[in-house]
Every structure is written in C-alpha cells, then in structure tokens.
Design a protein around this ligand. Structure first.
Ligand SMILES: Cc1ncc(COP(=O)(O)O)c(C=O)c1O
Length: 306
C-alpha cells in the first residue's frame, strides 16, 4: 500500500562484492576485496595491543551514561596527537575542533554536512576514488566532479594536468585528498608534490578535505602524515577525517574522528557549536566502547609502542 512503488537500489560496489563472494559456492574462490588489513595468510587479526586494551577496559567499572554529543574528550585528544603529531597538536590544538565519529565514513558525513551547510556545495574527488565518496557528498547536497589523478600512461599522478585542472576551479571548492594509501590506486603524492599542491590550493582558495583512512599503513605514522603537516604549517583552514577502522582493527566498533582546523580558538568554538547541532539531529552522540579502546591503547605506553 505505502511501499509498493519503492524501486530496488543498486548493491554497494564494495560490500555488494563481499556478499557475492560469500554466496559463491566455488571452492577455489579468492577474496581480493580491498579495505581490510590482513596478514600473509589472508587472515584478519585483532592487533595484540588492541586485544589487551579491550580486556583491560572490560575489567573497569566505566560509566554507562551518554557520552557528550561530540564524543569522548580523551579519545579526541589522543587521536589528535596521533593524526597531527605530538608537537603540532601541542601548538595548534587550540584552533582545531575535534569530534568522535562513527568511523571514517561518519566523519566524512559530518564534515561534508558541515561544509554544505556553512561554506560550499561544490566538491571535487580524485579520479578514481573510494566508491563511497561521491554518495557521501551527494547526500549532503554537494555537486561532485572528478579531478584528474592517476595517469595510466605515467603509472602515477600527472601533476601538470592535475594542477591545470585545479586552477580552473571556483574559490571555496572542496578538494578531497587521500592522506596516504590512495584508495584504489595506492599512488600517493611525494613531499615535493604536497608542497606544490598546498601552495596552489592556498593561492586559489580551495578547501582541503583530508581523508585519513590508512594512517600508519603506508610508510609509518610519521611519514604518512607529511601532507597534513605541510598543509597545517602553511596555515590552511581544512577538514580532516580520521578512521580507526584499519590502523586499530576496530572495523565493527565504528571509531573515527573529525577535525576542523580553523584560524583561531573563537572560530573553533563556533564551528564546534554547528557540528554538534548536526550530530545531535543525526544520532545524538556516539557509542563509547571502541573509542575507549583506542584511547586506552594510546594512553598506555606499553600498548602504544606495540
Ligand atoms: C578511502 C577511504 N575512506 C574512508 C573509509 C571509511 O572508513 P570506515 O570504515 O572507518 O568508515 C574507507 C574504508 O574503506 C576508505 O577506503
């Protein structure tokens, strides 16, 4: 009566493939779907430090009331230090608003909703990119198009073509950047390329939106954040979306963070007030368990170093 005109939606390109794989009865099938960290034997492992943190937290008598709208403060601070590096976090955290989110996807959603509401509804994504990026931006009401990224001829980034394209964009266009382990090409900017990109984006007043879904899984925690550091040092206002799914193997706990880097503490407060309004109307506040695990790992030096 009400729902008989609902049309069937297309399956998700990544999760849909997983479902097809599980349904396939052939014995010699191989799962090559990306997005989950596996060992040499293709087994998904819970990292030992995360396992220990999980066990230790379960013995604590922790509060069961709601978390604040933007999540656990100790988690946001610890992930801030991890994402931006200790020194830069110390210097800049006064102007960086941070919220705990439902994984990296939740962070992308909230960041995009905030930008669409306050600043811009034009976004460009790399060609190619993670299959969910377009859907996230479009759901927020953004117009999306693609910037040239991977060149099949060069087997790498064609910087000249990319830069020529970026120069044509209107001011305040959102440019979605993969921090490291570009999904799906695996092809990342070098330090020099990040520097040149930062200057160009600053000159043309483009909004950097970093998607950090694989921090630590490229060349290590320090080298993987080079681009982010360069943009921060150059004084950009920007959005940073951080996922703890892969680097903490906390996939199903849905743990991530959103950072919005403003010019000063007053802007941070106002930005935070708008983000909290968005979160409150969507899911009110995030769950505690996964964020407590991640914060515990980072607070306990033995777990952090392992
Ligand atoms: C590039 C990229 N961004 C974001 C995400 C989302 O991460 P999460 O699972 O934490 O929502 C993924 C997940 O595969 C990804 O590959």
């Amino acid at each position: 009566m009400f729902f008989n005109k609902v049309l069937e939606g297309l399956p998700d390109p990544i999760f849909g493939l997983g479902e097809m794989f599980r349904a396939d009865v052939r014995e010699n099938k191989i799962d090559l779907v990306v997005g989950i960290y596996k060992d040499e034997e293709l087994r998904m492992q819970l990292m030992p430090s995360v396992k220990k943190a999980k066990e230790q937290i379960l013995t604590q008598d922790l509060a069961v009331d709601y978390l604040p709208i933007d999540g656990l403060r100790s988690f946001c601070d610890e992930i801030g230090r991890l994402a931006f590096g200790d020194e830069r976090w110390k210097v800049h955290h006064g102007r960086i608003y941070a919220a705990q989110t439902l994984g990296g996807t939740g962070s992308l959603q909230i960041g995009t909703a905030f930008l669409a509401q306050e600043i811009s509804k034009e976004a460009v994504l790399s060609n190619p990119t993670w299959a969910n990026h377009s859907a996230i931006f479009q759901r927020a009401g953004c117009k999306t198009s693609f910037y040239p990224y991977y060149s099949k001829v060069l087997h790498g980034i064609d910087l000249e073509v990319l830069f020529a394209f970026l120069k044509t964009l209107p001011e305040k266009t959102i440019v979605l950047l993969h921090e490291v382990c570009h999904n799906p090409t695996g092809c990342d900017f070098s330090q020099e390329q990040w520097r040149a990109l930062s200057l160009l984006m600053q000159k043309h007043k483009l909004i950097p939106f970093f998607d950090c879904a694989y921090h630590g899984l490229g060349d290590g925690l320090d080298l993987d954040r080079l681009g982010l550091e360069i943009f921060l040092d150059d004084g950009h206002e920007m959005i940073v979306s951080y996922s703890c799914s892969k680097n903490f193997s906390l996939y199903c706990q849905r743990v991530g963070a959103l950072f919005i880097v403003g010019e000063n503490a007053a802007i941070k407060m106002r930005v935070g007030s708008q983000v909290k309004r968005i979160i409150r109307s969507l899911y009110s506040n995030p769950p505690a368990h996964g964020a407590r695990i991640a914060a515990h790992v980072l607070q306990e030096i033995d777990l952090k170093n392992n």
